[in-house]
Write a protein that binds this ligand. Structure first.
Ligand SMILES: *Cc1c(COP(=O)(O)O)cnc(C)c1O
Length: 514
């Protein structure tokens, strides 16, 4: 099987084939993708109507027939990888299946076409969805109150730390710093800094957890909060979480939990019960709403009673008339963090997921996610280095220590996985594990798919020993192979510009044409 992929990356030219090549430029003058009936009303003089705001030229738009447009976009979609095509083991991202029942419900006419400015009396159904989802999430987290406004996890962190700040401010002093373990997601320190706090770095202990003694030395009256991911980004549960909460609370500091890893906890344990004061969830991770491609996310923030007065405005409340209303009368609120009410379509999908599974189904989901990660761990630990042997929760972190002897790094193994038909795992994160391979299968995958993935990983480990170049030059099966990642990140070319009509477009490995 591996031999099939030996060779140099392909070069593809625009002239290679009309249908398969990278021929983005298909426009030719006069083509139309629509046909209108003859005008049977008086023509409007746009200039008279709009004055100087009337646009004279409409810019250069591609001119194409309908089928050319359909083929262009359908073809592009087949060059991508999706959860609907196969396993997507990106650790920390919880790339789980988006159940079709969610999509069905979110497309129901009364829901999909509800307008945010519809009067409340005509929006009771939508408001009930918001209220019911809030109640479910509050129950799942063991918290007292929630806002659904934030549009992503990082936005939830921002909102949560704003709440912490407002709380401390209400006691007369916003405090100075936020403590963050070295295993944290990069968004945590960024959040603390954006909210005006100094970031204090906390080293992990030998098991990859919080060093409780080091924490006790660090916490003082200037500590606003500890931002903790539990289970941590190496997939390990903080078994001294109560002690951690007590240390903070003794000095009046708060425990913030980055809840992006809730897929390991839902239905088993509740952050509110183990001392967390404020946390965010990622509906687009744990609660199966679509994820990635810059699409709409949702990062609700749940909190304890002490933080409720500061939640973003408006909040849903039942009025004296028994109807649901948006309450804007919140003098201590941190204000709005997003226009309108949040990404409503995501609320519908998450609620559909929660109701379709029910409490037992959600618990089963968690157990299956943890089982799958541990299955992969058990089947790969003879070939890949396990930096921490603390029991894994929903994800497992290996390192490339054994493969680097042959010059093969985690990024190479990840790219080689593409040739085997899998999306790469998370590369080089968390940072406390040099050369990390972070794998999160989620509960969506069957035993058969997990076995295929395990086989691929075992093959790649063998290739790294026997033919390292095959791995370091991967992928061999994609349209383009290795990009200049630094240039692609620093100087992304986000707009396709048509070359002069007669020049063939040659695209090889660089980001230059993209
Ligand atoms: C994904 C993730 C975030 C950020 O969530 P976004 O929705 O991508 O902003 C924060 N922390 C952890 C641990 C995550 O995995």
């Amino acid at each position: 099987m591996s031999e099939k992929f030996v060779g140099t990356p392909r070069k593809v030219t625009a002239h290679m084939t009309q249908n398969e090549g990278l021929s983005f430029e298909k426009s030719s003058p006069g083509k139309k993708g629509y046909k209108l009936a003859p005008l049977d009303v008086p023509e409007v003089d746009v200039k008279a109507l709009l004055g100087e705001n009337a646009r004279e030229d409409v810019g250069t738009l591609p001119e194409l027939s309908e089928i050319e447009i359909i083929r262009h976009f359908t073809r592009l979609s087949t060059w991508n990888y999706a959860i609907d095509l196969g396993m997507y083991p990106l650790g920390s991202c919880t790339m789980k299946y988006n159940p079709r029942v969610n999509e069905f419900v979110s497309r129901l006419e009364g829901i999909a076409e509800a307008h945010p400015y519809q009067p409340e009396s005509l929006s009771q159904g939508s408001l009930e969805i918001v209220k019911l989802l809030q109640d479910c999430l509050i129950e799942i987290c063991g918290m007292d109150a929630i806002t659904l406004q934030p549009a992503a996890g990082a936005h939830g962190e921002f909102t949560g730390i704003l709440l912490a700040r407002a709380y401390h401010q209400s006691k007369g002093n916003p405090r100075k710093h936020v403590i963050i373990p070295d295993s944290a997601h990069g968004t945590n320190p960024a959040t603390a800094a954006v909210c005006g706090y100094q970031v204090v770095n906390l080293k992990s202990n030998a098991q990859g957890g919080v060093d409780v003694n080091a924490l006790a030395q660090m916490v003082n009256e200037d500590t606003a909060a500890l931002m903790l991911t539990n289970p941590s980004t190496i997939g390990v549960f903080e078994n001294e979480i109560h002690k951690i909460a007590d240390i903070l609370h003794e000095k009046g500091a708060l425990l913030y939990m980055d809840g992006a890893n809730m897929n390991a906890l839902v239905g088993k344990t509740r952050p509110g019960d183990f001392g967390v004061d404020v946390m965010h969830l990622n509906l687009h991770k744990t609660f199966s709403t679509p994820h990635g491609g810059g699409g709409p996310g949702s990062g609700p923030v749940a909190c304890k009673k002490i933080l409720e007065p500061f939640l973003p405005t408006p909040v849903v409340a039942t009025g004296a008339d028994g109807l649901l209303h948006w309450n804007y009368d919140r003098p201590e609120s941190v204000g709005r963090v997003r226009m309108l009410y949040g990404n409503f379509g995501m609320f519908v999908r998450a609620l559909a997921y929660i109701l379709a599974n029910g409490p037992d189904g959600l618990r089963q989901t968690t157990e299956d996610a943890v089982l799958n990660a541990n299955y992969i761990r058990a089947k790969l630990q003879d070939l890949y280095e396990l930096p921490y042997d603390t029991p894994s929760m929903h994800e497992v972190v290996f390192s490339d220590k054994r493969q680097t002897k042959n010059g093969v790094k985690t990024g190479d193994i990840a790219k080689r996985l593409i040739d085997y038909g899998f999306h790469p795992y998370t590369v080089s994160f968390p940072l406390i594990v040099p050369g990390a391979l972070m794998i999160e299968p989620t509960e969506s995958e069957s035993r058969e798919e997990l076995d295929l993935f395990i086989d691929a990983m075992r093959q790649v480990a063998r290739e790294a020993e026997e033919n390292p170049e095959l791995v370091t030059k991967a992928p061999h099966s994609t349209r383009i192979s290795r990009l200049d990642e630094t240039t692609a990140a620093r100087k992304p070319i986000l707009r396709w510009k048509a070359p002069p009509a007669s020049t063939p477009v040659e695209v090889d490995t660089a980001a230059k044409e993209w």
